[in-house]
Design a protein around this ligand. Structure first.
Ligand code: XUL
Ligand code: CO
Length: 438
């Protein structure tokens, strides 16, 4: 088959390389803390951004040509996207992909025809997977683009729309199992609301949980053993999205008894839109045993919406990888839910975007491992809480053997408390800098 991209396989050339089509830091076989980089970093290509999105925005149509020589909206085009995607992933050494149902086929007016197309294309994808060894990280259903989902999917006010959402989830689960996906994602899409004046929040949230429970039941019944994920996002497209952030989504899952089957898929740009750092949402997920997967991208400090940029911020990537390493890794992977800036519209830019993202996370991994080996951050944190371990009263608090009365007597005896130890934030920040740049 003739090649689509006029780019050679991307190789590791090291930090001194000036070749735009080479990795400077991502060296798949390099071992860091006992594991290969490629195992620490199961990277995935997002079908939607990479093979579908042409740079359309509110003010203008697409500038990137993703027709791959075919008429858009045809099955021939859908197959050309498969060819392009697999060539692209192979050339970059990307081992996984993620997809929505409607990324891989054009949606028909009748869902029966859409499902037939999905069967046809998934046979073709499976063939390519078997030829290349490339795997599926996760699948999902797009329940936000079709106008029927204008009031949400599981949270829709229409039972008919709810049924169509359920039908899509069922089919997307079938596809995910067929393609051996590691996980299945629920991104809230339009699960949220614009105004309380017309919204029964409890009714809508209970219905979302009903849909998720049915998904778990059905998924397990067809042999899906992977994790279900919620991908939290605070706003956009709806003003209020129910899965605001990791803490909110985890609370929702626990309240509905879904926490055993679900984990989080944390997207960097969603965390920052929620007013958190990326690493904050990773930590909240990890301490709840729910750090599953990552949508690797970044936002823009000056823009208040989801810009889905390829990650270049090494500082953030380092703090992210610190969370991931401390949590013992991901059961999912690192999906580049990222797109080129609109003026970077060529095939070459697609490769350069991935090289940037993969190198950024590779550097983050290298530096996070160095920070762990350095040990000063961990040591400081241990010392910071030491009064709970090396004083009698501290031990009693931890073991639950004390009471408000006893603590009150303790405080009264002392009369006034000394200040807690210094947080030394600036020192810790300078340690991070010296490990990054020293
Ligand atoms: C939207 C977003 C989605 C999910 C999958 O902001 O991140 O692409 O990752 O539906
Ligand atoms: Co995402």
């Amino acid at each position: 088959m003739s090649e689509i991209f006029n780019v050679e396989k991307i190789k590791y050339e090291g930090p001194k390389s000036k070749n735009p089509f080479a990795f400077k830091y991502y060296d798949a076989d390099r071992v860091i803390m006992g594991k290969k980089m490629s195992e620490h970093l199961p990277f995935a290509m997002a079908w939607w951004h990479n093979l579908c999105a042409e740079g359309t925005d509110m003010f203008g149509r697409g500038v990137a040509d993703k027709s791959f020589g075919c008429e858009r909206g045809t099955m021939e085009h859908a197959k050309a996207k498969v060819d392009a995607g697999f060539e692209f992933m192979q050339k970059l050494g990307i081992e996984y992909f993620c997809f929505h149902d409607v990324d891989i086929v054009p949606e028909a007016d009748d869902i029966k025809e859409t499902n037939r197309r999905l069967d046809e294309i998934s046979d073709y994808i499976l063939e390519k997977m078997n030829q290349t060894g490339i795997k599926c990280l996760w699948g999902t259903a797009n329940m936000f683009s079709n106008p029927r989902f204008c009031n949400g999917a599981g949270s829709s006010n229409s039972a008919e729309v709810f049924a169509f959402a359920a039908a899509q989830v069922k089919k997307a689960l079938d596809l995910t199992v067929k393609l051996g996906g590691r996980g299945y994602v629920f991104w809230g899409g339009r699960e949220g609301y614009e105004t309380l004046l017309n919204t029964d929040v409890k009714f809508e949230q209970d219905n979302i949980a009903r849909l998720m429970k049915m998904a778990v039941e059905y998924g397990r019944s067809i042999g899906f053993t992977g994790d279900f994920y919620i991908e939290p996002k605070p706003k956009e497209p709806m003003k209020h999205q129910y899965d605001f952030d990791a803490a909110t989504a985890i609370g929702f899952l626990k309240a509905h008894g879904l926490d055993k089957d679900f984990k989080m898929n944390i997207e960097a740009n969603h965390a920052t839109l929620a007013g958190h750092t990326f690493e904050h949402d990773l930590r909240i997920s990890a301490i709840n045993g729910m750090l599953g997967s990552i949508d690797a991208n970044q936002g823009d400090y000056l823009l208040g919406w989801d810009t889905d940029e390829f990650p270049f911020d090494v500082y953030t990537a380092t703090l992210c990888m610190l969370e991931v390493l401390n949590a013992g890794g991901l059961t999912g992977g690192f999906n580049f839910d990222a797109k080129n800036r609109r003026p970077s519209y060529t095939y070459e830019d697609m490769f350069i975007g991935f090289i940037l993202g993969m190198d950024t996370f590779a550097l983050g991994l290298i530096k996070a491992a160095e920070l762990i080996e350095d040990g000063r951050l961990d040591e400081f944190k241990k010392e910071r809480y030491s009064s709970y371990y090396n004083t009698e009263i501290g031990q009693k608090i931890l073991s639950g053997e004390t009471t408000l009365t006893e603590l009150s007597e303790y405080a009264e005896k002392l009369g006034s408390a000394s200040l807690p130890g210094s947080g030394r934030q600036e020192l810790l920040e300078s340690i991070v800098n010296s490990v990054l740049f020293g």
